[in-house]
Design a protein around this ligand. Structure first.
Ligand SMILES: C[S@@+](CC[C@H](N)C(=O)[O-])C[C@H]1O[C@@H](n2cnc3c(N)ncnc32)[C@H](O)[C@@H]1O
Length: 278
């Protein structure tokens, strides 16, 4: 998972990102290998790709980011689609990809994934009975700023999602603004406004809001035909400094096989002597 400084842009990441990367690397490996002979093409989509490398804040330690981890699996995906809002970060990613995986088929999409979703969907090879295409899509925004509508458009294809629900950082800090204010942010992330009534009716404590939102997100994904993902099968990643909860990492698939891989990942991602030396 560690990388050498290559002089290109390396955005700061928290030290807890190591947990995220361990989990993603394991899942990418299991998914890309396990689905290789079941599907004709496997596609990896990163909606919030960043630069490919990140530096742990306040240190010199550089980690491979999600696009580079996905490029490094034993049985590479047949195609990669990387979307990133920042031009500088995307340019750095392009240079890294050309060096690390020059043979990979990669589409780079500059801009916001929500406005570029049609272009992203066009990059997914057309499926047919003789050409079955399965995609794995990573949704990794900084906060709870994802838009359910974007995932809904992708769900028209065979797509499994790994979603980082960064609600610990965002929703707790902005609770009043989101719940009592007029902010549409959570409405857009969940794809409905009915959550507000359900939250009031639940009458639970403010400290339960994070758990409530994660469960609501799972309900929204179920409306697209995805299997239920209960809280205890989401990975809660906490900051290493104050042990504050930060985000849930959740898998959403319509297929039970994916959840077998996920269970392995949950088991080994906390094990320091993990399956592979990454
Ligand atoms: C948490 S980082 C992603 C980290 C990356 N997945 C990794 O693990 O290496 C979020 C990235 O999304 C970008 N971003 C923010 N909003 C975006 C949007 N709507 N569409 C695409 N990229 C966005 C930011 O510039 C940032 O690089």
């Amino acid at each position: 998972m560690n990388a050498e400084d290559d002089g290109l842009i390396c955005p700061d990441v928290g030290s807890w990102a190591e947990t995220k990367y361990r989990l993603l690397a394991l899942y990418d490996e299991l998914f890309s290998t396990g689905m290789k002979y079941k599907w004709d093409q496997r596609v990896y989509i990163d909606l919030y790709a960043s630069a490919g490398y990140g530096r742990i804040r306040g240190t010199k330690k550089i980690l491979k980011g999600s696009p580079v981890l996905a490029l490094g699996v034993t049985h590479p995906f047949d195609k990669y689609v990387f979307c990133e809002e920042s031009t500088d970060l995307l340019e750095a990613l392009k240079v890294r990809v050309a060096r690390i995986a020059p043979q990979a088929q990669v589409a780079f999409i500059p801009g916001r994934c929500d406005t570029k979703i049609a272009q992203i969907c066009e990059e997914i090879p057309k499926g047919s009975p003789n050409n079955k295409v399965l995609s794995l899509c990573l949704v990794d925004p900084f906060d709870f700023g994802l838009k359910f509508e974007t995932l809904k458009k992708l769900s028209a294809f065979y797509v499994d999602f790994i979603v980082l629900l960064a609600i610990g950082m965002d929703a707790n800090r902005n609770y009043d603004h989101y719940v009592d204010g007029a902010s549409p942010k959570i409405d857009e992330a969940l794809g409905n406004t009915a959550w507000r009534d359900r939250w009031r009716a639940a009458g639970t404590r403010r400290s339960d809001f994070r758990r409530f939102l994660a469960q609501e997100f799972s309900i929204s994904m179920q409306s697209l035909g995805y299997l239920e993902q209960p809280l205890d099968r989401m990975k809660l990643v906490r900051s290493t400094e104050k042990n504050l909860s930060l985000y849930y990492v959740a898998l959403f698939s319509r297929n039970r096989t994916a959840y077998k891989f996920w269970d392995d990942v949950l088991k080994y991602s906390t094990d320091q002597t993990s399956l592979w030396s990454l």
